[in-house]
Design a protein. Structure first.
Length: 115
């Protein structure tokens, strides 16, 4: 399950999704940059890990009209929301949403920090 709520009071600002197994909540990445050098080698610059590097992707199979309306409202109206999932509670920016050709609801949230 993934819960999404606004950071300020909004009567319609919360929704619970029974996420599909294709949703990604556990993907993490390290801040690593690779630069080619003139001698044919490379230099790796590692900045470590931050929760701000996470991207949470919600996939909802057979979404209801309420599911689609809520995500559309959130993406259009809010710059930050609270996303609760099995990995924790995060402050995140709703980045984009779409409905696939098969009718699945897709939503992407860029994590700012774990709260």
């Amino acid at each position: 399950m993934i819960g999404i709520s606004t950071t300020t009071y909004d009567l319609n600002g919360h929704h619970l999704f029974h996420r599909d197994h294709n949703s990604t909540v556990k993907t993490i990445a390290s801040r690593v940059a690779r630069t080619a050098t003139l001698d044919g080698g490379s230099v790796l610059d590692s900045g470590g890990f931050s929760d701000g590097d996470r991207t949470i992707e919600l996939v909802q199979k057979k979404p209801t009209t309420a599911d689609i309306d809520f995500i559309t409202y959130i993406v259009k109206t809010y710059t930050q929301v609270v996303v609760s999932c099995s990995e924790g509670v995060f402050l995140a920016a709703p980045s984009k949403t779409s409905v696939s050709r098969t009718g699945d609801l897709l939503a992407t949230f860029l994590v700012k920090e774990q709260i």
